[in-house]
Design a protein around this ligand. Structure first.
Ligand code: ZN
Ligand code: ZN
Length: 148
């Protein structure tokens, strides 16, 4: 069987770092370093100091298994639908979920717009605030219920 990119990336990290990834992946909302540090399961396998958590996070970020949500100072698992290039992180004000939406075309456009003014562009973080699809449809159901 062929390994998925995610599995081959996870094969490069220690079992402990893998647990950090699994915890972030299983969470519905983004997790901060202190959420990780306070997690009993991670403590039980030996994560005790912030530096250990930061080291694991850095490794996962470098492998693009997770993304940092800069405005929340928190981390989400990558949707795995983009191997490289940036994505749009859409943050729902209502439920707090963050969606990872690949945006490779947008990156090319930003590079064109920025052009010579900022040729050293290395990183592009796009974060959106608003309401996600689930929360929008819940709202419309509520409205429909009150009407009928
Ligand atoms: Zn991603
Ligand atoms: Zn939502």
């Amino acid at each position: 069987m062929q390994e998925t990119p995610k599995e081959s990336k996870l094969a490069k990290v220690s079992p402990k770092t893998r647990k950090v990834f699994e915890f972030i992946e299983s969470s519905k909302s983004p997790l901060g370093a202190y959420d990780l540090l306070n997690d009993q399961n991670l403590r039980a396998i030996g994560f005790k100091a912030p530096t250990q958590i930061y080291r694991a996070l850095k490794q996962l970020l470098d492998l693009r298994l997770i993304h940092k949500v800069e405005s929340l100072n928190a981390f989400v698992a990558c949707c795995k639908e983009h191997e490289k290039g940036p994505s749009i992180l859409a943050i729902c004000d209502n439920c707090g979920q963050v969606q990872d939406i690949p945006a490779e075309d947008l990156a090319a456009q930003v590079k064109r717009e920025v052009g010579k003014k900022f040729p050293g562009l290395k990183e592009l973080n796009i974060e959106l605030k608003g309401v996600c699809e689930d929360c929008t449809s819940e709202d419309s159901e509520v409205q429909a219920a009150t009407v009928s």
